[in-house]
Design a protein around this ligand. Structure first.
Ligand SMILES: Cc1cc2nc3c(=O)[nH]c(=O)nc-3n(C[C@H](O)[C@H](O)[C@H](O)COP(=O)(O)OP(=O)(O)OC[C@H]3O[C@@H](n4cnc5c(N)ncnc54)[C@H](O)[C@@H]3O)c2cc1C
Length: 386
């Protein structure tokens, strides 16, 4: 016998967004702004809170020279947007924080885009004195002085608050476990007990590492999304690093560090395939990273404040997917942000809002980037029927 009050609650909304990471929440706030209201937008999140997967595990650096060309354009636009928005807030959303790639001339050239300022010898070691102990390895460097840092928690909170203030509803503990077509609507099953049903004309798939699994519930075209592990830690240092010290990336092996209020944030820079999951560091990984940084630089690490692993989820093209699925009507992809999810977030949210509401992205984004964002299997996303 069913318990009294245990009924299948049904709710109808216009737009359901699956996933409350930086992608889902920035899309929610941008959609609300473009529509003039957030009423009729529902964000459903599987976990007990927003942004507990990859969006709470990033390095929080926005680098206009990092990534393929479409990512660079999305990053430039997003940085300008965040700097501008910060003018109207009590605290900035982004601030200058240069990015240095150091190593042999060949490795640095392979890791960077042309046109960055080159640093060598005394100039490099003045900026990054900890590299002075290894002049044979750190022979040259390229510096991106237009890079900025963000506070990922504050940025997520900003989008969430804007969305809530506009009337968006956010439901946590609400994992989407099924989807079926009901007339012109999608009927989503939320795997809570008792189960709940949400009906929506448009569904935005912002499910991060799970996005292809979620897409399969809709019979959507797979995007070949690959979750890739990356491990990082906050550590204390014997000698503090000044806050204006750049983020430094080793061109040969991709490990990196940057200053942090705690001391430094350090990362292995690995890209190891994984299932979608709550990834955790492999045993010994952080100790190995600390040993490597202490071997290659003069940084001395005195303790680990916290360590974590996150999943950077990439498409084969390494360009995010933002557009209507070519097979499943009304299902919109916003996924595959890889290691660029924060640095592209504002531009992707705006592109998503324009595509969802108007069917096309304005010419603030180049045609090449608009094409690169289209879901695989979709020759012309603006022509995809909704
Ligand atoms: C170590 C590391 C360093 C990084 N550094 C940077 C950096 O410096 N700059 C940068 O721009 N990017 C960086 N990134 C990448 C960035 O963090 C990601 O691109 C971004 O967080 C992805 O956001 P998301 O919202 O797509 O995913 P997520 O934050 O993972 O959100 C997806 C959400 O969907 C939910 N979900 C999944 N399935 C369901 C379902 N069936 N029903 C309901 N909800 C569901 C999940 O619970 C999750 O909350 C880094 C990543 C890592 C791991």
């Amino acid at each position: 016998m069913r318990p009294v009050g245990c009924h299948n609650e049904v709710m109808t909304t216009e737009i359901a967004i699956i996933g409350a990471g930086i992608a889902g929440l920035s899309a929610a706030s941008e959609l609300a702004e473009h529509r003039g209201t957030g009423e009729g937008i529902l964000v459903v999140e599987a976990e007990r809170d927003a942004a507990i997967h990859t969006s709470s595990r990033s390095a929080q650096q926005l680098i206009p020279s990092y990534g393929p060309e479409p990512v660079l354009e999305l990053t430039r636009w997003s940085i300008a947007r965040l700097l501008e928005a910060g003018n109207y807030l009590a605290a900035p959303l982004a601030w200058p924080s240069s990015f240095v790639v150091a190593g042999s001339p060949e490795d640095v050239a392979a890791m960077t885009v042309p046109g960055l300022r080159t640093l060598e010898g005394a100039e490099l070691f003045e900026l990054c004195p900890e590299l002075r102990v290894n002049p044979q390895r750190f022979r040259t460097a390229a510096v991106d002085e237009s890079a900025v840092r963000t506070d990922g928690t504050a940025l997520v909170a900003w989008h969430r608050e804007r969305a809530l203030a506009a009337g968006v509803e956010i439901r946590t503990n609400s994992r989407v476990t099924g989807a079926r077509r009901a007339g012109d609507l999608w009927e989503l099953t939320l795997g809570a007990a008792p189960p709940k049903t949400v009906r929506a004309a448009t569904v935005v798939n912002a499910a991060g590492a799970w996005a292809d699994e979620v897409g399969a519930l809709f019979g959507a075209a797979p995007q070949g999304l690959r979750p890739l592990r990356r491990t990082a830690a906050l550590v204390t240092l014997a000698e503090p690093m000044p806050p204006e010290h750049p983020m430094v990336d080793d061109a040969a092996e991709d490990w990196y560090y940057r200053p942090d209020a705690a001391g430094a944030m350090i990362s292995l820079g690995e890209a190891e395939p994984s299932e979608p999951c709550d990834a955790q560091p492999h045993e010994g990984a952080v100790a190995g990273l600390i040993a490597m940084i202490e071997r290659e630089t003069s940084l001395r690490i005195t303790g680990v404040v916290k360590a974590w692993t996150g999943l950077r989820t990439e498409r084969p093209s390494d360009v995010p997917v933002c557009g209507w699925d070519p097979v499943a009507p009304g299902m919109f992809w916003l996924a595959g942000q890889g290691g660029y999810g924060f640095q592209t977030s504002s531009a992707l949210a705006r592109a998503a809002a324009e595509l969802v509401l108007r069917g096309e992205v304005g010419d603030w984004l180049s045609p090449a980037t608009r094409d690169a964002l289209a879901p695989d299997g979709s020759p012309d996303q603006s022509a995809t029927p909704r």
